[in-house]
Design a protein around this ligand. Structure first.
Ligand code: CA
Length: 153
């Protein structure tokens, strides 16, 4: 997202999800959810305001501009497609999937993201193909079960 830092992307994604749910977001709620101090949140809100992404009124909380909504939707959808991709690969633990997506999502090029989207769309349309993959990966895990599958830890 044109020059936004990782934390700004996460922050805008969280605002988007909160606004989608409640119609607005408050600095105090965002601070609690993101474990940040309210002045830090206010500073980030001001930066997003300078970029034309959020409207902020001190007592009414914040909402997204049309551009902020579009970028927030993109960030939220990117997160969702990557989660689905990892689940399709067979990654089952929701907390691990969430944490890994939080790490990966900021580092994909648009081209790679488009490839992941195509893959996920294909898999959705071909559930029998996904089922065959799942069966084969269970067989492979059983065949490859070895004490050095995680040499680093
Ligand atoms: Ca995310």
């Amino acid at each position: 997202m044109d020059g936004c830092s990782v934390s700004m992307e996460d922050f805008l994604e969280k605002i988007y999800e909160t606004v989608e749910r409640k119609g607005y977001a408050r600095v105090a709620d965002l601070a609690a959810q993101l474990r940040l101090k309210p002045p830090t949140v206010t500073r980030m809100v001001q930066k997003l305001g300078d970029r034309g992404l959020v409207h902020y009124e001190r007592y009414r909380g914040l909402t997204l501009t049309p551009r902020g909504t579009a970028v927030g939707r993109f960030l939220s959808e990117r997160h969702a497609v990557l989660e689905e991709f990892l689940r399709l690969l067979g990654c089952a633990d929701p907390a691990t999937v969430y944490r890994d997506v939080e790490g990966i999502e900021h580092h994909l090029s648009p081209d790679t993201l488009a490839c992941v989207r195509r893959f996920v769309a294909f898999a959705r349309q071909n559930p029998e193909w996904v089922a065959a993959y799942r069966r084969s990966s269970v067989d492979q895990d059983q065949a490859a079960a070895s004490p050095v599958s995680q040499p680093w830890g």
